[in-house]
Structure formats: structure tokens, C-alpha cells
Write a protein that binds this ligand. Structure first.
Ligand SMILES: Nc1nc2c(ncn2[C@@H]2O[C@H](COP(=O)(O)OP(=O)(O)OP(=O)(O)O)[C@@H](O)[C@H]2O)c(=O)[nH]1
Ligand SMILES: [Mg+2]
Length: 306
């Protein structure tokens, strides 16, 4: 009888905000575990997505994009948890936007200064580059920045690129026993995932400073045989923001909540009865105690696997 070897490891997604890290985490895992928006600084927690195929298991680790402007406690916590998550990563995916390399990219790359595993450069959003001839000199300039193990020009929207990158990542995993069951998709708790669905909807629907002034906390999660009863509280910093989040006739919150509920039902595979409130707490993003209560900066979002 021959023994089959198994390969398993942690794969970190690193890069400045808005590069498509969360989009890629979801694409590589094939599930909606990390939230996405067109606005920078969407991801606030380290979120894992687990992919298992045959004798391979990759635990993808999404990180908040590096914040250069670390003016409040939330930004500092986000940078810290992104940096800490790198300590146990076996392979790193460093994401940039095709055709652009900014000072912020340099700063994000500095995070990998003490990392000695392979770093794959993901040149994302190539669908936006009309003149493909521009790519070659761009790739050459990237090679001067770091000794990347491989360079992948890709689009997260293209299925063939998703499959190609997934295969390449699996091949880089070290020989290890699996860390999780082969049907686990994340270490995040259902409470966290449900709250994040509402934050995603509000992030996508609201403008200016409001997405950055709000946080969503799960205050009740009661599982009954046929339904899960969930209460979510949206925290904002001012009364004027509360009015905008609720919207005319309650429409903004109502539409965001019903879309969030549908997404959450898909993730948990069960009917959800969702109630939402908006509350004001001035300065929560710079208040370490409030941040702890909202689940930032600790392992609160990783209590169980689903
Ligand atoms: N055209 C195009 N858009 C993409 C691609 N990948 C991601 N996007 C878009 O880029 C935006 C940012 O994506 P996210 O996945 O939220 O980016 P992120 O790096 O996780 O950002 P932070 O969480 O803020 O650090 C979203 O609007 C995505 O739909 C791609 O390959 N092509
Ligand atoms: Mg993200």
C-alpha cells in the first residue's frame, strides 16, 4: 500500500488597499467569505478562506490593505493584525494594479522584508489595460523591486486566470497534514460573516466619510431549528450619519439589510430573521475599548470553522 502525501499551508494576500485581495480570496476559495467594495480600506479584519482539493489544502489569509495614514486606533490595529498574520504564512501573494506602482505599494512590500518564503507577484486588473504592450515594460520594472518567485498578470474576473493561479499556489504548499476539515471554508464565525454582509452593503451604498465612520456588531445570534434570529447594530459617530444610514423612509438600511440577509442565508445555508438598529457612539474608531467590543484587534472573528 502506498501512502499519499498531503500538502497544506497558509497563503497571505498582501497589498495596498483596493488591489483586489478580498476579490481574489473569494475567487480562489469559491465562496463569499471576505467583503468587497470599490472603495479602499474595505477589509478591517484578517479573514481566512480555506480551499481543499485532493491532497492539497490552502488556507488563504486576507489582510487589511496597509494604512499609511495611521491617525486612529482602528488603522493602527488593522496594520498590526495584518503584520502579525504574516508570521505564520508559508507563501505570500503580493497584489498590485497593472500599470501602476506607487509609494504605497513600496510601503506594503516592506511588510515582506523579513519574510523568507516565496512571494508571488499578482499583477491584477489586466482587463483594464487596453494596450497590452504596456505590460512588458511594467513587468520588468516590477522585477527590479523584489526577487519575486513568480509573476502572474491576471484578472480576477477571468475564470481561466483563477484556475491557473489556484493551481500555481497549490504547487507551492509545503508537505503537511491538513489543518482543517476538507469541507471547512473559513475560520470566521457565522456572527462575524453575517455582520460583514451588512457592512459590505452599507460600504457599497454610502459615500464620503460614512463607510469609514460605521461599524457593524452582532448583538444576538440565536439558532432555532428552522431559523436563525440575528440582531445587528450599526454604530456611527454622529446623529447626522445615523439619519443617512437609515435613509428616507428607512429605505437605505432596509434595502441594505435585506440584501445582506440574502447573502448571509447563502453562506449559513439557513433562513435568517434579521433585525437592525443604528446607534451613535462618537469617536468609536479611536476608542480602544469600543473597538474591542466591536471585535477588532482580537481573534473574536475566528472562534469556529464553517
Ligand atoms: N476590473 C477589475 N476590477 C477588479 C479586479 N479585481 C478586483 N477588482 C475590483 O477592485 C475593487 C477592490 O477590490 P477588493 O477585493 O475589495 O480590494 P482589497 O485589496 O481587498 O481592498 P482593501 O480591503 O480595501 O484593502 C472592487 O471594486 C473589485 O471589484 C480585476 O481583476 N479587474
Ligand atoms: Mg479587502
Amino acid at each position: 500500500m502506498t501512502e499519499t502525501n498531503t500538502y497544506a499551508g497558509y497563503v497571505g494576500l498582501i497589498g495596498r488597499p483596493n488591489m483586489g485581495k478580498s476579490t481574489w480570496l473569494n475567487a480562489l476559495v469559491g465562496e463569499r467569505v471576505s467583503i468587497i467594495s470599490a472603495k479602499p480600506q474595505t477589509t478591517r479584519h484578517v479573514v481566512t478562506g480555506i480551499y481543499t482539493e485532493d491532497s492539497y489544502q490552502a488556507v488563504f489569509v486576507d489582510t487589511p490593505g496597509l494604512h499609511i495614514n495611521t491617525k486612529n486606533a482602528l488603522s493602527r490595529m488593522m496594520n498590526r493584525s495584518a503584520q502579525q498574520s504574516l508570521a505564520f504564512v508559508d507563501v505570500a501573494l503580493f497584489l498590485v494594479e497593472a500599470g501602476r506602482w506607487t509609494e504605497e505599494d513600496d510601503k506594503a512590500l516592506e511588510r515582506l522584508a523579513n519574510f523568507d518564503g516565496p512571494v508571488m507577484l499578482i499583477i491584477n486588473k489586466i482587463d483594464r489595460i487596453k494596450n497590452k504592450e504596456r505590460l512588458l515594460p511594467y513587468i520588468q520594472s516590477c522585477q527590479e523591486k523584489y526577487d519575486f518567485a513568480d509573476i502572474y498578470p491576471v484578472s480576477a474576473m477571468k475564470l481561466a486566470d483563477q484556475e491557473r493561479l489556484r493551481k500555481a499556489v497549490l504547487k507551492k504548499l509545503p508537505e503537511n497534514s491538513f489543518f482543517y476539515a476538507d469541507d471547512d471554508i473559513t475560520t470566521a464565525s457565522m456572527r462575524f460573516l453575517v455582520a460583514e454582509q451588512l457592512r459590505e452593503q452599507l460600504f457599497q451604498r454610502l459615500n464620503k466619510e460614512i463607510p469609514y465612520s460605521l461599524s457593524v456588531a452582532c448583538e444576538k445570534f440565536l439558532e432555532e431549528p428552522n431559523v436563525i434570529r440575528i440582531n445587528l447594530v450599526v454604530w456611527v459617530e454622529r446623529d447626522s450619519q445615523k439619519a443617512i444610514v437609515i435613509g428616507k423612509g428607512g429605505q437605505t438600511l432596509k434595502l441594505a439589510a435585506s440584501q445582506a440577509r440574502r447573502q448571509a442565508e447563502q453562506i449559513v445555508g439557513k433562513k435568517i430573521f434579521l433585525e437592525t438598529w443604528v446607534r451613535v457612539r462618537s469617536g468609536w474608531a479611536d476608542d480602544e475599548q469600543a473597538l474591542k467590543a466591536f471585535g477588532y484587534g482580537d481573534d473574536d472573528n475566528s472562534s469556529s470553522t464553517i
